[in-house]
Design a protein around this ligand. Structure first.
Ligand SMILES: [Zn+2]
Length: 440
């Protein structure tokens, strides 16, 4: 295994403009308003789940997040689990952000200082006065020319962002209150399944008009990714119960929503409608697969192989499959190798496991034509951590391409071409972002 990169390739990858396929970037206006703190969930993001995974209790977590408590106590409780979690990929991204952007370099050490924590917080607060902090971090520090945020809004700075929009609330609607919310959102009246599909069409067209470049589906957090091709009548029957807002139970009526088993035919049917709209409007679809953020979910639900019937039924659709399907990255490779309409995305993966990101990229470059691989998506709320992640992604990609060169598989030129495709040109073409390609 080569540890150091070929210097020329490292320099090329370090300097290359990036299109970032996936972020959850907080609104910059909101960020200016609220107090910022390294120990808040907003600032350290995924690290919080590693602390829980390491053993942090709900009470300790509440103390850590409570800004009214003594910072020294909060820092102490953080350190009692950080000492175990500081070796993860999530921790590394946080460390890089604090080191490069705030000059605090001791986070990965055995005893990071309270003083460093205070200094990061002071600089976070100062950054709220910066007139274009996001542009500075993403563009100037990260050389990220465009990112695709999944923030359920098209009202983003279009010079930095090209939005993804979810229609999951149309798919997973399972209660009368859910129907009413969709009616308000779309200004449509929804009496039956036809109305629901038509309201979805209205919302979709509006989002496209407002600049949506891709649909995003995050339903793998709540259900299995198997979306059967159910008869319309079955979906209609379920939706009639949802709209009625009541259902018979032991002779009485309840106001509860339906269970997942009851709702599944409706959800499956509606997801197919979303895919059909994507085809009609020539918009690609990003799908969450693999690991779930947070703690305590069901990984088998999100195996990308559950999606295979969609890939077969909709050859005209284009699917961007997220997170390498981790830990199903090899299953995903077989899907992308088999199906022309399946593209694979390393978003989130360089911080889940830098080692797996490199191994996966090696495997994918051998199995999948490289026009179908997206090399980076930060998947972060805070731009500072998206930057930290981008540093790790560049390092990983430079190392893999260097290994290809050292093994005599690629010329340096070939490595540059592949690097440009992975980090910029593939996403530019796939999402129709209108940037100039780096290589022709
Ligand atoms: Zn995400």
């Amino acid at each position: 295994m080569v540890i150091a990169s070929v210097p020329e390739i490292e320099q090329f990858i370090a300097a290359q403009p990036v299109i970032d396929t996936h972020e959850h970037t907080f609104s910059e206006a909101d960020r200016r308003q609220k107090p910022l703190d390294l120990l808040s969930t907003e600032m350290h993001h995924y690290v919080g789940s590693d602390l829980v995974s390491a053993g942090m209790t709900p009470d300790e977590q509440a103390l850590m997040y409570d800004r009214s408590r003594d910072p020294a106590d909060r820092w102490d409780v953080f350190l009692s689990y950080w000492k175990y979690a500081r070796t993860t990929g999530y921790a590394k991204a946080l460390h890089i952000a604090c080191r490069d952007l705030f000059g605090v370099d001791d986070l990965m050490s055995a005893a990071p200082s309270l003083d460093g924590y205070r200094r990061v917080n002071e600089q976070l607060t100062a950054s709220q006065q910066h007139e274009a902090w996001y542009r500075y971090i993403l563009r100037e520090r990260g050389n990220i020319v465009l990112a695709i945020p999944d923030v359920q809004s098209t009202q983003v700075d279009k010079t930095l962002f090209a939005p993804a929009i979810r229609f999951d609330s149309f798919v997973s609607v399972g209660s009368r209150a859910g129907v009413s919310a969709l009616e308000r959102q779309t200004a449509q009246t929804i009496y039956d399944l036809d109305d629901l599909v038509s309201a979805l069409g209205v919302a979709f067209a509006k989002a496209k008009e407002e600049g949506m470049v891709t649909v995003k589906s995050g339903l793998a957090y709540r259900r299995i990714l198997q979306y059967d091709n159910v008869p319309r009548a079955a979906a209609e029957q379920v939706f009639a119960q949802v709209v009625a807002g009541t259902r018979a139970q032991g002779g009485g009526m309840t106001q509860d929503g339906l269970t997942f088993t009851e709702c599944k035919p409706l959800q499956d049917y509606m997801l197919h409608q979303v895919v059909r709209l994507c085809i009609e409007h020539e918009i690609p679809m990003q799908i969450h697969t693999g690991l779930h953020a947070g703690n305590g979910n069901v990984i088998t639900n999100s195996n990308p192989t559950h999606l295979v019937n969609l890939f077969i039924q909709y050859p005209q659709a284009r699917f961007d499959i997220f997170h390498a399907g981790y830990p199903y990255q090899s299953e995903l490779a077989t899907l992308a190798k088999n199906f022309q309409n399946v593209y694979v995305d390393l978003c989130w993966v360089h911080i889940i496991s830098p080692y797996v990101a490199r191994a996966t990229l090696h495997e994918w470059l051998e199995t999948i034509p490289h026009n179908k691989i997206f090399g980076f998506g930060g998947d972060y709320g805070p731009v500072e951590l998206a930057y930290g992640h981008s540093v790790m992604a560049r390092e990983n990609i430079a190392r893999v391409l260097s290994e290809k060169v050292e093994e005599g598989l690629y010329s340096e030129d070939q490595a540059r071409i592949v690097g440009a495709r992975l980090l910029h040109d593939n996403a530019n073409e796939f999402f129709g972002l209108g940037q100039e390609n780096l290589v022709q």
